[in-house]
Design a protein around this ligand. Structure first.
Ligand code: PHE
Length: 353
């Protein structure tokens, strides 16, 4: 009986070698594992096997059935592989099909605006100067001629940094504007030749922080680009010419700019520059609130006290400075209504630029 079972296995495996396609394999399955196959007959006729042999015969029959099933699975996989290779050989590759697009990262909209600003000022000979985000009250306010009780110094405007030592009236804080960089830069430049400090022509970009009630118009962090030019005989005309030229290069050759008197402690005189609304061409729309003008930046002639604090003799040197908000410019350009989008990191917003 046991030899008989072994023969059933050999017959099945031998026949399988001849199988060359799926139809033949199905036929093989019916013959060698189907209901009336030799191995199934062994199970069916188990009653006729003497009791003491039944265990051994049953075990052997099970092993053979499993071996045949395993051989079937293996053969099926082999046939599939052959079919696949054949179809790859026959099919043609259409090299004209468009490829699958690879999702690409992109620059943050504010970075794009910043780079445009750098490019325009680089063309005019301004270098980028970076300075720290953590400042002292001295640099952020005192050296910039802020009067002692100026409202910008109050707790509601600045993020002060707690320190173990009591720093008295010179605590650390996060800079509220990029203007303290003016002092750092002038001191570094003037230190190279204290008697005849070299001229300065720089822009100072970077993140600023204010303790604001966050809303659609105010964020507690935002970027600024400061500009500073110091030298002999620099006048308000130079300021106007430089910034009008900047406006034309940034917003279009036909754009008109106007200057309104304003006030900053570190410039005298001070002004704000408006440009003609590029959305309505000056006719008045919701973005310019019907005025036809958009406020773009603050500026002025560097205050003599600030020049002196930077190591430049105000009797011999003059200069101008300006500061602008890239978020605001980006908002105007793309009609973005809420400043909070910029740093919320929502891809649905960022992917639009
Ligand atoms: N620091 C000013 C602000 O934050 C902007 C400014 C810079 C104005 C330089 C004049 C000159 O509003």
């Amino acid at each position: 009986m046991l030899e008989n079972i072994e023969e059933i296995k050999q017959a099945g495996l031998t026949a399988l070698v001849e199988v060359k396609d799926e139809d033949a394999l199905n036929q093989w399955r019916v013959t060698h594992l189907g209901r009336s196959s030799a191995i199934m007959d062994v199970f069916k006729n188990m009653g006729e096997v003497p009791k003491e042999e039944r265990g051994a015969v049953g075990r052997a029959a099970n092993q053979v059935k499993q071996a045949l099933e395993a051989a079937l699975t293996e053969k099926m996989a082999a046939l599939h592989e052959v079919a696949l290779q054949r179809s790859l050989g026959e099919e043609h590759l259409d090299v004209t099909l468009p490829g699958r697009a690879i999702p690409r990262g992109r620059l943050h909209p504010v970075t794009q605006t910043l780079r445009e600003i750098y490019r325009v000022f680089a063309d005019m000979g301004f270098q980028v100067y970076r300075s720290r985000e953590v400042e002292t009250d001295e640099f952020n306010f005192q050296l910039l001629n802020f009067p002692p009780h100026h409202p910008a110094r109050e707790m509601q405007d600045s993020f002060y940094i707690k320190t173990d030592e009591d720093r008295g009236d010179n605590p650390f804080l996060l800079r509220t504007h990029t203007s303290p960089g003016q002092i750092h830069a002038m001191r570094e430049f003037s230190a190279t030749d204290p008697e005849n400090p070299p001229p300065v022509r720089i822009i100072l970009p970077g993140m600023c922080y204010r303790y604001e009630q966050v809303s659609a118009r105010y964020e507690s962090q935002f970027t600024q680009v400061e500009g500073l030019a110091v030298g002999y005989k620099i006048t308000f005309s130079d300021l106007k010419g430089t910034l009008s030229d900047f406006a034309r290069r940034m917003f279009g050759q036909d754009v008109q700019a106007r200057f309104r008197a304003s006030h900053f402690p570190f410039t005298e005189p001070s002004a704000e520059m408006d440009i003609e609304c590029f959305l309505c061409g000056g006719d008045g729309c919701s973005v310019c609130k019907g005025t036809g003008w958009l406020e773009i930046l603050g500026c002025g002639m560097v205050h003599p006290i600030v020049l002196e604090n930077g190591g430049y003799d105000p009797e011999r040197y003059t200069g101008f400075a300006f500061g602008m908000g890239p978020e605001r410019i980006t908002m105007l350009r793309h009609r973005i209504e809420d400043i909070r989008y910029f740093w919320a990191n929502d891809l649905r917003f960022l992917e639009q630029f």
